[in-house]
Write a protein that binds this ligand. Structure first.
Ligand SMILES: [Zn+2]
Ligand SMILES: [Zn+2]
Length: 381
């Protein structure tokens, strides 16, 4: 009898310790609703997402709640409502996104305060268009145009014609919303009237590295291993490999450095030689030279300036307007230099939203339409 009592006591202590270690009380699954579609997020799903996202991070316990929304299919979040037993609270996503963490299945931390909602209701926003494309379609349609062995075809339809070349113009940080503003302000007479524009979503998190990884691999950040900044290489095949494997060449004209590794590509860097604080003029001159030398099958020209100026002065500032107009002029001069039979694809990696900060007036990285809404312009030269 005495022996049994001791054993109960030991089991009880063990259970108590286990509960404490597992962050008491044991969390129930999270009842998530995205635009009315019910999803049960259980510990298995939490662990799976957690493991992927935090693979290279010191923080193994929490991540931005946006990861959960994105992995469940949301591209733009308007608001969330936390429903507890006798209360509910709705938040504009733009007010809390950057300070909202997800931990331990059903726990949500907003600005340092921990909540255990019974339900989490998400309202999404974004494009109203019936068909919205993705940055991952770009490498696929490129492969189609050049007859390369790559992933299955893009959802975009290839314009009529035989293509011997594909030229990408990567306009950093010049998202869909920014493009529309620029068009209304008559800043982009060339870009605003060239080719066919397809609305698209970028990749979460909407940053240069994650977007470039999706652009090159043709698959989403949840599948290509690059779901945070700081990862510079792909571990899966990319369009660059497909080009090289076919005996073709991929030329890349970059700013002063490459934001991502481009294995197999022939890279031209463009330092700020004239010291005017920007590399777009050098990128423009180098692109002109590469084209004049006789371009190879694939070309990517990466203009960084709109993003840089947007961070410093804010999107929609005077400085930003000037930079946008400058890039439009470069584009109007470069595209006519391309050989006939070139499929031209113009796109941004992500957009940008205004912020007020000591050092910066623009940023990107959230599930906001301004950050996630992008486009592809397809044009035949
Ligand atoms: Zn970028
Ligand atoms: Zn940026």
């Amino acid at each position: 009898m005495k022996h049994t009592q001791k054993r109960y006591w030991q089991v009880g202590l063990f259970a108590l310790l286990l509960t404490l270690t597992a962050c008491s009380p044991q969390k129930a699954p999270l009842q998530l609703s995205i635009d009315g579609v019910e999803i049960i997020v259980d510990r298995e799903m939490f662990n799976m997402i957690q493991k992927e996202i935090n693979a290279n991070s010191d923080d193994k316990e929490t991540q931005l709640l946006e990861y959960l929304f994105y992995w469940q299919g949301a591209h733009v979040v308007e608001s969330i409502t936390m429903v507890t037993e006798d209360d509910s609270a709705t938040y504009d996503w733009q007010d809390i996104a950057e300070d909202t963490l997800w931990c331990d299945v059903s726990c949500v931390v907003i600005e340092g305060v921990e909540y255990l909602p019974e339900r989490l209701e998400v309202t999404t926003g974004g494009f109203e268009a019936e068909m919205v494309y993705s940055i991952t379609d770009i490498s696929r349609i490129t492969a189609e145009a050049l007859g390369l062995d790559f992933l299955e075809d893009s959802r975009l339809s290839l314009p009529d014609g035989d293509f011997s070349h594909v030229a990408w113009f990567f306009l950093d940080g010049f998202g869909y919303e920014q493009f529309q503003v620029a068009k209304e302000e008559d800043l982009i007479p060339y870009l605003g009237s060239t080719g066919t524009l397809y609305p698209a979503y970028g990749i979460y998190p909407p940053r240069t590295t994650t977007s470039t990884a999706a652009l090159l691999s043709g698959v989403d950040s949840s599948q290509n291993g690059v779901f945070r900044s700081g990862i510079r290489s792909l571990t899966i095949p990319s369009i660059l490999d497909a080009v090289v494997d076919a005996g073709m060449q991929f030329d890349v004209v970059e700013g002063y450095s490459t934001p991502f590794n481009y294995p197999g590509a022939v890279i031209t860097l463009s330092g700020d030689r004239d010291g005017n604080g920007a590399t777009d003029d050098e990128v423009f001159n180098n692109a002109k030279e590469v084209i004049a030398d006789g371009i190879h099958e694939a070309l990517m020209v990466h203009f960084h300036g709109i993003d840089d100026v947007g961070h410093t002065y804010g999107p929609y500032s005077e400085e930003w307007y000037e930079k946008v107009a400058e890039v439009d002029t470069y584009m109007s001069e470069l595209v006519p230099l391309l050989p006939d039979g070139t499929l031209v694809i113009i796109f941004p990696d992500h957009g940008m939203h205004p912020i007020t900060d000591d050092v910066s007036l623009g940023n990107h990285g959230n599930l906001y339409f301004e950050d996630m809404g992008i486009y592809m312009i397809l044009h035949t030269k």
